[in-house]
Design a protein around this ligand. Structure first.
Ligand code: PMP
Length: 282
């Protein structure tokens, strides 16, 4: 089955879907992106991801090429053409194609819009969550506006690769004070001995995860107390539980940090219950 991508106004076979060499996304990383999880043909937390998309564009002063309804139509068509019901949708918008110059191009340059989709192995993901995953820790080498979802992901790429090479699944990024910011592509959480949920405050140092925000609302409804504050690696290792959230991993228990067990080294009851609550609400 041919997979289709949407590039700059057209659906094209995936292999032929290309962006020009002078595109500012390619030249400067002058682009933002979004990722939605697709379950049973539906986008999860659709509005939250649209709101963040609009915010990222606004922060970078990239014109928004479509309305939410326009994006929804294109995404629906992409899923239909790719016969995709479970997986993810990736969207990227760059400042457009222009003669290479760092400063913004002349007004009227059209942003480039790209959409792709990918199937995900839900069974493998559930098995991973059932077993719990390991993370490593590594210095956070990123810039000061991690709240903008830009395609500048080199520190995240290097951190994830280091995790994989260490036999782990994710890398937790640690700031210069020894405090965890977030994972390379996930938000970081711990559960304290008395059952409080702790996740770093959503300032400019982390991506404001849509799954994070959604889970915070659900956890509060379930009666959990949430502390939005930074925590150290040592606090995480001695916490009752740890877990990570993202659109594609939902809520996934973390059972090892730098090879040291968290809690009893098995997925905790809180993370497991929150994963179920999140999936039930999806
Ligand atoms: N932090 C980073 C750095 C990420 O790339 C992601 C995934 N987009 C997340 C957190 C989780 O965000 P979300 O729940 O919106 O997928």
């Amino acid at each position: 089955m041919t997979r289709f991508a949407y590039v700059d106004g057209r659906f094209l076979p995936h292999d032929e879907a290309v962006v020009h060499v002078e595109d500012r996304g390619f030249q400067f990383g002058d682009a933002i992106y979004e990722v939605w999880s697709v379950r049973d043909g539906q986008l999860l937390d659709a509005d939250g991801h649209f709101a963040r998309l609009e915010r990222s564009l606004g922060e970078l002063r990239i014109a928004n090429p479509k309305s939410r309804a326009g994006y929804q139509l294109l995404i629906g068509e992409l899923l239909r053409r790719n016969r995709l019901r479970d997986g993810l949708v990736y969207l990227q918008i760059s400042r457009g194609r222009a003669r290479r110059d760092h400063a913004f191009p002349a007004a009227g340059t059209r942003p480039t819009l790209v959409l792709t989709s990918k199937r995900l192995d839900r069974v493998a993901a559930q098995l991973r969550a059932d077993a719990g995953v390991g993370v490593i820790t590594t210095p956070d080498l990123r810039w000061g506006r991690c709240d903008i979802k830009t395609v500048n992901l080199l520190p995240n790429v290097l951190a994830k690769q280091a995790a994989i090479e260490a036999g782990a699944v994710e890398a937790w990024l640690v700031d210069s004070s020894g405090l965890v910011t977030e994972g390379s592509s996930t938000n970081a959480w711990i559960v304290t001995a008395d059952g409080r949920l702790v996740t770093r405050q959503a300032d400019q140092g982390i991506l404001h995860g849509i799954t994070r925000a959604s889970l915070m609302r659900q956890a509060e409804e379930l009666g959990y107390v949430i502390e939005e504050r930074a925590f150290s690696v040592d606090e995480a290792v001695s916490a009752r539980e740890a877990f990570m959230t993202s659109a594609t991993s939902y809520v996934t228990p973390i059972v090892r940090i730098d090879g040291r067990p968290v809690g009893n080294g098995a997925p905790g009851s809180v993370a497991t219950a929150l994963r179920q609550a999140y999936l039930d609400s999806a």
